[in-house]
Design a protein around this ligand. Sequence first.
Ligand SMILES: O=C(O)CCC(=O)C(=O)O
Ligand SMILES: [Fe+2]
Length: 360
Amino acid sequence: MSVEEARSEQTTYLKLRCESIPTNSEEAFNIPTIDISRSFSGHLPDRQAVAEEIHSASASFGFFYLASHGVSPTSCSKVLEQAEKFFKTLPLDKKELLHLRQSKFGSGWEPPQYTSFYGDVETKEAFNFTFEEDFDKTGGDGKWVNLDGSPDNGNMWPAEEDLPGFRGIIKDYYSELLELSRHLFRLFALSLSLPEDQFDSVTTHPGTMARMVYYPAAKNPKPLHASKDEEIGVGAHTDFECFTILLSSSCPGLEILNPHGRWVSVPPLAGTFVVNIGDFMMRWTNGLYKSTIHRVVNRSQEERYSVPFFTSINYDAIVETLPCCVSAENPTKYPPVRAGIYILERQNVTTKDGKGYMEK
Ligand SMILES: O=C(O)CCC(=O)C(=O)O
Ligand SMILES: [Fe+2]
């Protein structure tokens, strides 16, 4: 597929998604907070009770706050602190050495205004990374592959003397999130009345990219619903993978499209993560779980930092509608896709020049 074709497919896809949102409902759109402490219980009904809440949030909003998730507040504050150090103290020439054009799959430093979803050139600056063997406390199965099936992770790290502890803190955070994501996969399985280990075999060497993101303070702050938003941090999009676990600093900016086609702010809630459904989960569930359109606009004079963790499955696995979500009256809406290839195609159309991350 050419870049133009892929881009037009993406635009059409998002447009259709926006148009298919019903506008006749007037119900409130306050995303729920799900406290998952009971999900760590050895008692199945406790885990099922949490899974039911996940089902209801995923089938309606596609977003929820995750409370009592077990990731330590210290890990969260340390990784945000490293993000600030990276973006604010690492000199430009050192960032250039990590420029993602040197990596086939978008790992490394992404300068501001490098990407564009849906035509908006984005103000964000990012540092992207993916799975490495020592990020997985279980040891994994040693079969990790990148998007195209090759074994190269493409990660690039600043020199230890430039940012002491940077990689180590990311490693610790990533390992904790990987553990949490496997726990959530089991709850998602229960939420669909499937065996808890349904997703275990496709999460033995999960692709899972993550990133640190910096959104500069607004130069010309506009309220939500201003007629035109020029300072788009990340343009309207859906996440490609299974579900995203988002940590952010206390500065708001995340906005989601509600059923009336209006943007609603999802401000950070201290001690929680924001979790949202991505396209793989939508495809597995034949559209039952909503991969909701969202974006980031920093409307404040504070700087925003965030660390999204794009929970995925093994990139060499196939994502195919789950049999429990199809019937004669509700045939599958989505053909099977290979996880890595699907992401590659979606990712390739997001750069400003349309050349994609793959272009050297
Ligand atoms: O930074 C955020 O708050 C969310 C970013 C996001 O939606 C993404 O990177 O996919
Ligand atoms: Fe996103």
